[in-house]
Design a protein around this ligand. Structure first.
Ligand code: G6P
Length: 595
């Protein structure tokens, strides 16, 4: 949510900043801007996308130091004046910021009374003015003093016309420094700088960094600290479209490989990937899974997986709601699922769990993310960089991690265990079969694209798949969609059924089958067209439904994987038919770093 970048080196900063920003647009894309310094600051910004900004810039913007920003508005609408970078009164200090300054109103009043003039509605603008207040020729010192007055979250990069350096700091928002050869980079996230370097250093909360072309110095409260350097294993190709029309389509198609990589990374099923037991091998009696967005739907499926295989009771909660209620009983084990490892509500939940003494396993896709650093144990999914705002491959990888987390502790007989392990190993091929059926799914998507409201229904382990199918459709095609437990539809929403409201029914070959069949008939009786996702060979549902998408046979416990991939394709092609900006849906952002 908002992306920041910085460059300092021997090359012209402008093209590098714009290129880095174009890789960060998934964090926000309602406005963008850059500031470049060559003894004086030049600032260019507007409420447009990076490519469009590039066209408005003068050919020559000289300067080998610069900062840039891509915005997801929190305070103040997307506009030129609210876009970052923000400057002080003199126009010599520029700041880009990701996060929220909670006490900005108070600071703004105080600074205004001291003569500072504000022009934007943003919270960020107080930072350059505070730095100006303390600036006497030492940017790092002034930034440190300014941040002492700031309450809230921030990752910032600061530039002053008079000094050849970048000053950066973080608290509760991600920030990395990319290490080059006589040049260094600053970014919110790794994909931004992957065209230039794969060596990075992760700043920790409370760190302040001073970056020059030759040097990176990190300190906390004025005391120097050492931060480990990491080599990123992703390649540039991983973060590019690779010939696909959209990142989302590429990422959907990567899923067979993602499943292989994720389970291949967890070599043996008898070796737990994370310990669900306290000393003495007994499973902790209460489990709690927390997450947001699509990761929350993985959490809901995780509940079915763990309850079925481990026979323990599992509670799932949205991280944002858990932070208001959610009692934690002693002896609980928490699992927090977050693709980015930076979602503010999930991080807040982890901190609270830890304060209350509850061990936390984090399932995340991003090595070095905040969540991975504050967890007691980390399970990495191996989805590679996910750029499309709509999560696809990371969800599948999260499910893989959950299956693998449960299997070593499964209270099932050995034959069932063997058959599940074999089933997991066959999943990449099964998912490939779904992808091979793309043309049929895209034809159904063409039909769905004409409707205004669509329901998704299912039961059991596929109920969260209905939620995820509806979420995918609404976020990228802007069609109103609702996911429902099939048994609940008749408690109100039946009033909306009719020929203009199709229902997508997800039917698994498990103990929900008969009830789903009845539900489909009830829906049909209200004249809603029914599209059913069924296992191939299911002629019974085929007779009742208007259309079916036949999916390969898998163990019912794994059916969420193949069903979700089909629904991802359905959402993708529906959005494509409607001409929507699939990778960058309006008002959304990939990484939600504000509460
Ligand atoms: C945003 C993204 C979603 C994601 C959610 C949670 O809303 O657009 O795709 O599921 O955040 O993100 P996390 O990184 O915690 O999984």
């Amino acid at each position: 949510m908002c992306g920041i970048v910085g460059y300092i080196g021997e090359k012209q900063a402008k093209p590098i900043l714009l290129n880095c920003l174009s890789h960060l647009e998934y964090r926000g894309y309602d406005s963008c801007g850059i500031a470049v310094s060559a003894g004086g600051l030049e600032v260019y910004k507007d409420a447009i996308r990076v490519q469009a900004l590039e066209k408005t810039l003068p050919k020559k913007v000289n300067g080998k130091i610069g900062i840039g920003h891509t915005r997801w508005a929190t305070h103040g609408e997307p506009s030129q004046v609210n876009a970052h970078p923000h400057c002080d009164c003199s126009g010599r200090i520029a700041v880009v910021h990701n996060g929220v300054i909670n006490n900005f109103q108070k600071l703004k009043q105080q600074l205004s009374s001291e003569g500072h003039r504000f022009i934007s509605e943003t919270d960020t603008e107080v930072i350059p003015h505070l730095i100006e207040k303390y600036y006497d020729g030492d940017l790092a010192k002034a930034t440190e003093l300014a941040l002492r007055e700031v309450e809230g979250s921030y990752a910032i990069a600061v530039l002053v016309a008079d000094e050849p350096k970048l000053v950066v700091a973080r608290k509760d928002s991600p920030l990395i420094i990319g290490i080059g050869d006589r040049e260094n980079f600053v970014a919110s996230d790794v994909p931004a700088i992957m065209d230039y370097t794969n060596r990075v250093l992760y700043l920790e909360d409370g760190d302040l960094g001073v970056v020059t072309p030759e040097d990176i110095r990190v300190s906390r409260h004025g005391v120097a600290v050492d931060r480990e350097r990491h080599e990123i294993s992703w390649s540039i190709e991983d973060a590019q479209k690779g010939g696909y029309a959209h990142f989302m389509l590429k990422e959907i198609h990567e899923q067979p490989k993602v499943i292989r990589d994720t389970i291949g990374g967890y070599l043996s099923v008898t070796e737990p990937i994370a310990s669900l037991t306290m000393a003495g091998d007994t499973l902790l009696p209460d489990m709690l899974i927390l997450a947001c967005g699509t990761s929350y739907h993985a959490a809901l499926i995780g509940k079915y997986i763990l309850e079925q295989l481990l026979r323990v009771s599992v509670r799932t909660e949205l991280a944002s709601e858990f932070n208001y209620s959610g009692q934690i009983s002693s002896g609980s084990q928490a699992i927090v699922i977050t693709q980015s490892g930076e979602t503010a509500d999930s991080l807040k939940a982890i901190k609270r769990l830890k304060e209350e003494g509850c061990p936390v396993i984090v399932i995340t896709n991003v090595v070095g993310s905040t969540a991975s650093r504050i967890a007691d144990q980390v399970v990495y999914t191996r989805a590679g960089p996910e750029i499309s705002v709509a999560a696809t491959k990371s969800f599948t990888a999260q499910l893989m991690a959950l299956y693998w987390l449960a299997l070593p502790y499964a209270k099932i007989d050995i034959r069932r265990l063997d058959s599940l392990i074999m089933g997991l190993r066959q999943l990449p091929g099964k998912v490939q079969q779904v992808l091979d059926n793309e043309a049929v799914i895209s034809e159904y998507a063409r039909q769905l694209s004409k409707y205004k409201n669509i329901f998704f229904i299912s039961r059991g382990v596929n109920f969260p798949v209905a939620l995820e199918g509806a979420l995918k459709l609404k976020e990228i095609s802007y069609i109103h969609a609702e996911g429902y437990a099939a048994g609940e539809l008749k408690h109100g929403s039946f009033a909306l059924l009719g020929s203009g409201t199709p229902v997508v029914a997800i039917v698994a070959q498990d103990n929900t089958y008969e009830a789903m069949l009845t539900n489909i008939k009830e829906v049909k009786a209200r004249k809603s067209p029914v599209m059913a996702l069924v296992e191939e060979g299911d002629e019974v549902v085929e007779e009742v439904a208007d259309s079916v998408i036949a999916l390969p046979q898998v163990d019912a416990l794994f059916s969420p994987v193949v069903n979700t991939v089909a629904l991802q394709l359905l959402a993708y092609y529906t959005a494509k038919e409607r001409g929507c900006p699939i990778d960058f849906p309006r008002n959304l952002a990939k990484s939600v770093t504000v509460e």
